[in-house]
Design a protein around this ligand. Structure first.
Ligand code: ZN
Length: 425
């Protein structure tokens, strides 16, 4: 079984060891992915919410040739063996030097230790226990078993966390027997115990928190570097709190600041006045939209009268056929309905043509008796398309190059239907 060097020294970046086992994880296109086990390792495998380390294993052959093998993932199996994923094989018995990606590890230790601190304060201040922890690429989350979380409570917890970070309290690890751990659990000194047998590893933040944990942690709270709560949302099991620690907190605050600065510059306002500026813009946009709606209604009314005047009644029918390339579909529909509502014996055959598509509206005045929806449906069906509508207004859409022939077909159908109506009359 692999000896886990990070248990006793989480600040160990370089180590020497020996390959004890190798297995092929997968193979595709002639490329194998290997998993290598070592006698001892400082590489942390993904577990307990903390992602695995990255780094390099270096082997030196008897002839002195150096082989550098990047470690792309680290996992532990159910027996507790740690497997280092590589793209090159390292045979059992090979002596290796390991080096872990320190920036990544330190970042993980800051987030993970920050989580212990944050979870402890949530229990002390709000009796809100943490039910799960996730350490993500850019931010981390804990889920609290509570129904809600007031903003002022959240800010208080964040402030206390940063006070404890400034106090630089010691963070220590020790191993105890399970029986001893069970006593601590019974007295309430320990909140949770992992189910497995054997020794229990305890992580203690001086005068603040005691936790059973196999992860890697900083040596004192000062090394967490600062904690920033980034958001809260409701989840199935309670409330999810998003936070960042250390340089991540600085990066997140820097990113937020740059968003705020750009927003302020768009508004030509000081940063503190951005919310008021946006509120004003939203109100202006609403008022403008209302005004625009009113103007479009008015324009459609006048436009309809103009079209009615331009077109004479021939054989008891005023047929207005127009194609617009500068009017949207809503306006053309509005115009068609206004036109047939304002004058009798009228049929509107209007098109809005945009981006290669023709939106066709067929509308008739109330005194005409044919079914506009059926005419549209038949004309479109002849082209393998679908569409239709009510007796007095129908619509359909065709590729722009087909709009001329569709209008011809609809116009012929309208003339036929109108002639039949006037014969009956
Ligand atoms: Zn931990």
């Amino acid at each position: 079984m692999t000896e886990r060097l990070y248990y006793s020294d989480s600040f160990l970046r370089n180590f020497s060891s020996c390959v004890t086992d190798i297995r092929e994880l997968s193979r595709s296109d002639g490329q194998s992915v290997w998993q290598v086990a070592l006698e001892s390792t400082a590489f942390y495998p993904t577990s307990g919410g903390q992602p695995h380390d990255l780094g390099v294993l270096t082997a030196i052959s008897r002839s002195g040739a150096v082989l550098e093998v990047p470690v792309t993932a680290v996992e532990e199996d159910e027996n507790g063996e740690v497997w280092h994923q590589t793209l090159k094989p390292l045979l059992a018995g090979t002596e290796v030097k390991g080096e872990i990606d320190w920036q990544r590890r330190l970042d993980h230790m800051q987030q993970h230790s920050g989580q212990h601190l944050l979870s402890a304060i949530f229990v002390q201040q709000l009796q809100a226990p943490t039910v799960s922890f996730h350490l993500g690429e850019t931010s981390s989350t804990i889920d609290l078993a509570v129904n809600s979380l007031a903003q002022h409570s959240l800010e208080r917890v964040e402030r206390i966390a940063n006070e404890l970070i400034a106090e630089d309290r010691a963070v220590t690890a020790r191993k105890i027997d399970r029986s001893e751990a069970e006593v601590l659990l019974a007295t309430g000194a320990l909140r949770k115990l992992p189910e497995r047998d054997g020794e229990i590893r305890l992580i203690e933040i001086a005068n603040c928190d005691l936790n059973a944990c196999g992860g890697t942690h900083v040596r004192s709270t000062g090394q967490i570097g600062g904690l920033l709560v980034r958001g809260v949302e409701r989840v199935r099991q309670g409330v999810r709190v998003e936070f960042t620690c250390g340089l991540r907190a600085v990066a997140a605050a820097r990113q937020d600041f740059s968003v705020l600065r750009r927003s302020a510059s768009f508004l030509s306002a000081p940063r503190s006045e951005v919310p008021a500026g946006i509120e004003r813009l939203v109100a202006d946009a609403k008022a403008s939209a209302k005004e625009l709606h009113k103007l479009r209604e008015e324009a459609a009314t006048y436009h309809a009268v103009k079209l009615a005047v331009e077109e004479q009644i021939v054989d008891h029918l005023r047929l207005v056929r127009r194609v617009f390339t500068d009017r949207d579909t809503d306006y053309v529909k509005l115009l068609a309905s206004r036109l047939v509502a304002s004058v009798p014996q009228t049929v509107a055959l209007l098109v809005s043509e945009q981006q290669g598509l023709a939106f066709v509206v067929l509308a008739r005045s109330g005194d005409m008796e044919f079914h506009a929806g059926n005419l549209m449906k038949e004309a479109l069906a002849a082209r393998g398309l679908r569409g239709g509508g009510s007796p007095d207004l129908a619509q359909g859409q065709v590729p722009a190059e087909q709009s001329g022939s569709l209008l011809d077909a609809l116009e012929a159908a309208v003339h036929k239907a109108a002639a039949r109506t006037s014969e009956m009359a």
